[in-house]
Design a protein around this ligand. Sequence first.
Ligand code: FAD
Length: 601
Amino acid sequence: EGGIERHQYDVVVVGAGGAGLRAAIAAHEAGAETAIVCKSLLGKAHTVMAEGGIAAAMGNRWPEDNWEVHFRDTMRGGKMLNHWRMAQLHAQEAPERVMELEDWGALFDRTEDGLISQRDFGGHKYARLAHVGDRTGLEMIRTLQQRAVQVGIDVFMECTVTDLLKDDAGALSGVFGYWRETGRFVTIEAPAVVLATGGIGKSFKVTSNSWEYTGDGHALALRAGASLINMEFVQFHPTGMVWPPSVKGLLVTESVRGDGGILKNSEGKRFMFDYIPDFFKAETADTEEEADRWYDDKKNNRRPPELLPRDEVARAINSEIKAGRGSPHGGIYLDIASRRDPDFIRKRLPSMYHQFKELADVDITQEPMEIGPTCHYVMGGIEVDPDTELSSVTGLYAVGECSGGMHGSNRLGGNSLSDLLVFGRRAGEAAAAYVTGLAQRPVITDESVRAGEWSALTPFQVEGGDNPYTIQQELQQTMNDLVGIIRTAEELEQALVRIEELKQRAQQMSVEGHRQYNPGWHLALDLRNMLIVSESIAKAALARQESRGGHTRDDFPATDHEAWGHKNLVVRLDEAGTGVTLAEQALPEMPDELKTYFEET
Ligand code: FAD
């Protein structure tokens, strides 16, 4: 087939969501020749789907807000498992990153005084999310994309990276991938690679994530020798659509609750008051009157329980449905119609209004929505150095949802968009600095390219094997049923057995047809990633014998600070290279001056 298309850069960024774009801009500004590779069209990343906003303690609504309060909220939301240094940098730098977006042309909603408006979200003490209606991600991606293209960063669109390449000495030398359209292979030589591939949601049946989120970055990093942390922590967003079936899992933004929406069961009861955990009692209203007053007077009232962190709300909804108090389609009711007037709803939540009108024929200004939990976000990801986002592999950086540590066991809403900006910039700068300092650049060897080709083409060599769609469906069902919101040892063990079987079958998958635009083949390649990521989640979930944040064990319902409050589970590729191993690792020690923020609790 002739030679493979080859390119050369200083830094290659895999992923064009907020994290990838921000990293690329920073690398470029630091003088590095930079390319971005993305699996789908530029602009079509998860980031674009983000609705609620970007969390940053700018203090525009509440002058009392500052990085210390944001840091504290983030750590408490993550049940203290976050890497303290990441949470600190994130809280300190998020306001600058938002202001910079504005300098680059982002048009945020304003306060009456003309400042960037900030809205309430779960787990944040003060109204803190900078937003553009409920289309914040769209504005963010538009701004970053424009900037990236303007400064002349090259973009490889609809190009999927399937392998990270290394030279003979084991140094990272670039990436190997294929063009979706032609199926032709391409290599990009670069001493530094920034992974910004987003999440893993497609391993679950009910999810708010789109087809791209197959954990590619997680798996690429593992196979290159990097470690993953926090993999047992998967965030189930409390409010996804449950009806009609074709859109089951589609996100209903938390802003509905931030703007006054409440949760009710089939008996019409506002049930969240029954589910306030001790950990959050002091800051949560215990009567409807106080909760309702809070929207206008936050100083003298405590927050409504509907705005507890996501893990708490998702579990409560799950319990109500299980207890037989669900809605006709197996969800629960989210009601803003009876709480706010139609104009307010249409203005603040335009996308939600249209989403329900068009997809479910429900007018959310008149009737409640039916909603239920949906797999939304993975806290777990590639373990990185907090200041530079460097993984344990020299030259390999990771940012955004595919990295781990920042959010601990549970991410607060709005803290992802800010995470992308803060750490995207840091990673881009660090990657560029690393390349500048290199005396000699690793080169892509023919052998590594052949290995990439060989492994990508394997599914064409097999005849009569399973079809990748069958394996994907079984994996999604397994993860949903056995590694979902509520977990037990027995079910997790079963899940691991099934994943092992699926891995065996996946080695014998066959795909039909040619390399030109062949979604079956693409899925076959994605599946390898989905399987190893699913195994990582299930193994870590089985090992962690407690409930904390996004990980709930029915057989270990308590949060066990003594046994589990001071360590992470780390996942690495096993010796055979086909599965993963787990190890425990002590959490980094928080400096004393930061500890003082948590003393009163
Ligand atoms: P993404 O934006 O997911 O981008 C990943 C990129 O990687 C894409 O360009 C993709 O094509 C590319 N890619 C993946 N694999 C490969 C590969 N193998 N080769 C090449 N390219 C690849 N967070 C908030 O803070 N506030 C919100 O209001 C909010 N709302 C949300 C609403 C929805 C519906 C969803 C799904 C998420 C929401 N989140 C929100 C979470 C947040 O949007 C994501 O966590 C975040 O956008 C992830 O950004 P990222 O840059 O890490 O990756």
